[in-house]
Design a protein around this ligand. Structure first.
Ligand code: OFO
Length: 165
């Protein structure tokens, strides 16, 4: 049985993953309206991944005898000016998510909740990948700068960068 304190933290994380999904979805939609089809597809599929993270947590909480709280959908930021702005926001968000996961891992230690601690290791590894991916994309965008041809190739090839799950 899960302790109330860990349960509350996991329910907060469920909301954060749902918010992440919405954030990626809004970014995908923005990219699509800018003719950046490859980037839009990358972001749409990432929005799906975030929803899977949310589901993973919901199912775990329920399996452990807790009750998952399905959160209200928050409206994410809808407008951006550049891809650099989008991926800078993604990196910042993913760092925030990593910190949140780390805090829950710490709580599981304090509460001797080793099953949850074990379960969260997947998220710890996933966050390393998510941050790495965002940094990698930002490095590429930095290289491209204002070059339209570079941007065209970036948009064509971005789908090959996302290997996380
Ligand atoms: Fe982006 O990994 Fe979940 O939030």
């Amino acid at each position: 049985m899960i302790s109330q304190v860990v349960l509350d933290a996991l329910n907060k994380q469920i909301k954060l993953e749902g918010d992440s999904s919405q954030l990626y979805l809004a970014m995908a939609s923005w990219a699509e309206t800018k003719g950046l089809e490859g980037t839009a597809n990358f972001l749409y599929s990432h929005a799906d991944e975030e929803r899977q993270h949310m589901l993973k947590l919901i199912k775990f909480v329920n399996e452990r005898g807790g009750k998952a709280f399905v959160p209200q959908i928050e409206e994410p930021k809808q407008d951006f000016t550049t891809l650099k702005e989008v991926f800078t926001a993604i990196l910042k968000h993913e760092i925030f998510v990593s910190e949140s996961i780390n805090e829950i891992v710490f709580l599981t230690f304090e509460n001797k909740d080793f099953p949850t601690h074990n379960f969260l290791q997947w998220f710890v590894s996933e966050q390393i990948e998510e941050e790495k991916l965002a940094r990698n994309v930002l490095d590429k965008l930095e290289m491209i700068g204002e070059d339209k041809g570079g941007l065209y190739l970036f948009d064509r090839d971005i789908v090959t960068l996302d290997v996380s799950g």
